[in-house]
Design a protein around this ligand. Structure first.
Ligand SMILES: [Zn+2]
Length: 295
């Protein structure tokens, strides 16, 4: 059977900050309209979405530390002003998705909003010291004046209404976002999904992390949450993990309807569940090995 989405090995490379061969965060990518007022302004390896309105724009994620200039260029190329961005939102506070926030806030003057757990990291620029991937996490430019957003809260700007769905597990402050976009009179449910991948580090197991004892329960809840969303167009923080490029390939034939796949969120959840099972199995093996060495 042909796999609908990225193979697990591809997911491993892309989702794992630790991997030197991770998907190229700075791969060139022309900006494009996804659906209605929603535009892809990220790189080929890391997503960033611009949701536009007459009242100003909302930017979700700003990519890795060297991405802001490129993202600003993409926004201008589409005919929008960076200075019209009113809010910058985030999926999770790892430097591949949040590393550019400080720089883009300076360029735009936008207000940054984050979940309480992400807020501490984005404000200080320092990684979470209990993160299993700590060794591979880079400090980020500290961001001044970050506002807090709560689970289920709706961020409004003119006609735009984006709902925050907390999806912790990969990080403590992980957040996914939903809103609606309209094109040719058709309204679709847009989902920007956070990373749902359970990752162990070199020193800390995902399933046995004293700094985040409920990580497994959190990721299971988050996976179920994404699977149950009303979801027509999915873009994940790592674009290829949501099948974005495969759907984009059909754009010449189908127009922006190519991006609609009502199964996308459920498929994304299935991949994340498979990934969790693999991590738990690896954790059990490494725990057993450690146990036998100790004896
Ligand atoms: Zn991450």
């Amino acid at each position: 059977m042909k796999k609908k989405y990225a193979s697990l090995s591809a997911i491993a490379l892309a989702a794992c900050l630790a991997s030197a061969q991770a998907a190229d965060w700075y791969a060139p990518q022309e900006p494009f309209a996804v659906y209605g007022n929603t535009y892809y302004v990220g790189t080929g390896g890391i997503s960033a979405l611009l949701v536009t309105s007459e009242a100003g724009h909302v930017l979700i994620d700003v990519g890795a530390p060297k991405s802001p200039a490129r993202i600003a260029q993409h926004i201008r190329k589409l005919g929008f002003k960076v200075e019209d961005i009113r809010y910058i939102l985030n999926s999770h506070a790892h430097h591949d998705h949040a590393g550019g926030i400080g720089e883009l806030q300076k360029l735009s003057g936008a207000t940054v909003l984050a979940s309480p757990a992400s807020l501490a990291l984005i404000s200080s620029g320092q990684p979470d010291h209990t993160d299993p991937q700590l060794r591979h996490l880079l400090p980020m430019t500290p961001v001044k004046k970050v506002g807090v957003v709560h689970d289920g809260e709706v961020v409004r700007l003119g006609p735009i209404a984006l709902t925050a769905h907390f999806t912790p597990g990969h990080t403590k402050g992980g957040t996914s976002w939903t809103w609606q976009s309209m094109e040719n009179g058709r309204v679709v449910n847009m989902v920007y999904a956070d990373s749902l991948y359970a990752l162990s580090g070199d020193d800390v197991r995902f399933s046995d992390n004293p700094g985040y004892p409920d990580a497994q329960a959190a990721v299971e809840t988050s996976i179920a949450r994404i699977a149950s969303l009303q979801c027509d167009v999915l873009v994940a923080a790592h674009p290829e993990l949501s099948g974005l490029w495969k759907r984009k390939a059909r754009q010449p034939e189908l127009g922006n309807a190519a991006f609609i796949d009502p199964e996308a969120c459920r498929n994304y959840a299935v991949n994340a569940r498979t990934w969790l099972a693999k991590t738990l199995a690896e954790d059990a093996t490494s725990a057993a090995l450690k146990g036998s060495k100790a004896r």
